[in-house]
Write a protein that binds this ligand. Sequence first.
Ligand code: S0N
Length: 265
Amino acid sequence: MELLDILYEKTNGIAKITMNRPQVYNAFRPQTVREMIWAFRDAWDDNTVGVVVLTGAGDKSFCTGGDQKARDLDGYGDSKGLGGGVGLEIEALHGVMRDIPKPVIAAVNGYAIGGGHVLQVICDLTIASDKAIFGQTGPKVGSFDAGLGTAYLARIIGEKKAREIWYLCLQYNAEQALQMGLINKVVPHEKLDESVEEWCNLILEKSPTALKMIKYSFNADSANIQGISQMGLGSVAMYYNTEEALEGKNAFVEKRPVNFNKFRK
Ligand code: S0N
């Protein structure tokens, strides 16, 4: 597959997927999601790979979710009707990240926001640079992730904190994220790659079959949330087709304050 939006490399048992759209803080469009699914499947099929690293290009951002400039009434970009209808095969991406029988580590190098934050939530482990920023923006930009991004998040950090994150759309630094159990480790920005590689090597020393069955066992307990995600994305598709959702997206793109007042009915 010709890769336009991601970088993909395999070295010494480590597959590294880098979201590579720094001009939009590594926000994803349909093409990006398709390429990421392809890369995760390649890493799954390759028996020389024992661990996958997901990161973002540049030093500003890991990923800021769906590309708001590619979003309209029917969802995102060039592949309308794909996935649950939002035009991004995001459920398939979330699915392959959970189902790949190898640990996936998020190396968070900057902003992990919105759908980009959901990606780090789904990764098995997260190591963050001390410059990383975490948060959800859905209710600010007329979007939401009802499933893994909400219910699975609540499993990780608890209901109160998860509701705070989604209702208030605040941003949290790496230390705060560590304190709430949202991530595993914070390291100095310049040590991120080295620290991730150290953990990859610890994983690569372990029994691949034991790791696979442990991952499946963890997944089994939250498998129902994946089903809820499919329904959730179906409802996001319907929500995108409303003036209320468009107001959120347009305010972001036009760099103006959002006004949801008239939709409170
Ligand atoms: C990351 C933020 C906070 C950075 O702010 P800062 O430092 O002020 O920089 P900006 O000037 O805002 O950004 C720099 C340039 O990058 C562009 N840009 C950034 N993020 C996006 C984006 N997501 N889409 C398109 N462009 C983006 C800026 O426009 C700017 O470029 P110029 O200067 O050329 O205009 C800040 O950027 C921010 O808040 N970004 C938006 C993040 C966002 O709202 N993401 C979508 C959130 N969606 C959800 O939460 C929905 C949930 C979800 O998971 C989902 C589910 C299914 C399908 C899709 C999604 C999804 O993610 O939408």
